[in-house]
Ligand binder design. Sequence first.
Ligand code: HEC
Length: 113
Amino acid sequence: MPHLTRRPAVRLALLLGVSAGLFAPLAFAQNDPGSLMPEGPGRAETIAVCGGCHGSAMTSRRSDRVWDSLWSTMLAHGMERPSAEIKEIVMTYLKTYLSTEREPPAPQAPAPM
Ligand code: HEC
């Protein structure tokens, strides 16, 4: 795939994204003190992909359409492009647990000890 050559505009966006990213966790922490992302399949992957910039305080809900478009916004902010498989897991998590369009499923009972 010919995506290895980066255009200067992409590099600039990356740079801006990384420096702006330093402030994003603060903003999220202030809006959402102490809250954590809901438990569910894909949570760990979502924190791995998004948490570098957002921590685990990313709890506000959005519509499917907004999540889809945020994906490319985050790439423009400098998010490393995950594999298609990971993207699917993360998008499914966001659209299941942080959706304005549907209620998340009830949390699963913890496995018996
Ligand atoms: C490289 C750093 C970086 C990564 C990785 C990243 N983001 Fe962001 N994100 C940002 C920055 C910077 C902003 C703040 C700028 C803004 O508000 O538009 C932001 C803003 C947001 C916002 C608020 C935007 C709005 O307009 O309401 C959401 C929601 C969000 N990110 C979700 C995610 C999700 C979900 C992922 C993982 C799929 C992710 N981010 C990965 C840097 C990142």
